[in-house]
Design a protein around this ligand. Structure first.
Ligand SMILES: NC(=O)c1ccc[n+]([C@@H]2O[C@H](COP(=O)([O-])OP(=O)(O)OC[C@H]3O[C@@H](n4cnc5c(N)ncnc54)[C@H](OP(=O)(O)O)[C@@H]3O)[C@@H](O)[C@H]2O)c1
Length: 237
């Protein structure tokens, strides 16, 4: 039986991961970690608070989750826009506060979460850390520009994943740490930007999770450090 921790369970993709693992017969306990409570209730769920931009919140996680007790960690938090910030169309819109906010949530937070979670993962062939990245973080795939802070934060995240995967593999040859691109998924994050995507190409969160869990389950230690899309195809840097 496996134990799972999911960060960002108030978000659409995080919540769909939570529902998937709660209904999975091989999962015993799910730590649902977010800054506000979601409405999923089940006896397998342990709710923990975490504001990713509050540095004091991180250490609290290790006091609640025992060492060597987790099999899967899914980081499904992220930010593209909010009431005060929109992705930049041109360089003239760049703003230091917005840059810092996007990088704090999308790149710095996953790195600090890896610091917390490395000792909490137990060595076994089933163990995996998956972090929601995005295809727009690929430098070679950038054909239309724009979205400076979001793109750059996901490119930075991909480098953090690669670097941490190398360190993890030195200690544990079975370790798997990967980035995941969920496709275009109908969530608050993508809602204002779905115009250019044909209707049939926009996934519901549960459709995306069905794809992503297949990718997760087929990942091998040789894949560690890589970024995969929902079809299991590697996304190059
Ligand atoms: N949707 C897509 O089409 C798409 C495509 C490519 C990649 N992705 C990636 O997939 C991931 C999930 O996105 P989503 O579409 O599910 O977005 P979402 O519904 O907006 O969920 C975002 C999650 O991040 C959390 N979060 C943001 N800032 C936080 C903070 N300071 N502290 C704690 N939690 C914070 C949110 O918490 P609150 O509820 O408290 O705000 C929420 O749980 C993101 O990394 C995103 O970049 C999504």
């Amino acid at each position: 039986m496996q134990n799972v921790a999911i960060i960002g369970t108030t978000g659409s993709i995080g919540k769909a991961f939570l529902e998937y693992y709660v209904s999975d017969n091989t999962t015993e306990k799910v730590y649902s970690i977010s800054r506000s409570k979601n409405n999923v209730e089940d006896k397998k769920i342990v709710n923990l608070d975490l504001n990713l931009t509050n540095k004091n919140d991180y250490a609290k996680l290790s006091s609640f989750i025992p060492k060597n007790s987790l099999d899967k960690v899914i980081i499904a938090s992220g930010i593209l826009h909010d009431d005060d910030l929109q992705p930049e169309k041109t360089i003239s819109s760049l703003d230091l506060d917005n840059f810092q906010k996007i990088f704090s949530v999308n790149a710095f937070a996953p790195a600090l979460l890896l610091k917390v979670f490395f000792p909490l993962i137990r060595r076994n062939e089933n163990a995996l850390i998956g972090i929601l990245s995005a295809r727009v973080g690929s430098i070679s795939d950038n054909r239309i520009g724009g979205w400076y802070a979001y793109r750059a934060s996901k490119a930075a995240l991909n480098m953090i994943i690669k670097t941490a995967a190398i360190e993890l593999a030195r200690k544990d040859k079975t370790a798997k740490l990967i980035g995941l691109h969920p496709g275009t998924v109908d969530t608050n994050l993508s809602k204002p930007f779905q115009g250019g995507t044909p209707k049939g190409k926009i996934f519901t969160p549960s459709q995306s999770i069905n794809y992503l869990t297949k990718v997760i389950d087929s990942t091998t230690p040789q894949d560690t450090g890589k970024i995969f899309d929902w079809e299991g195809k590697e996304i190059t840097a």
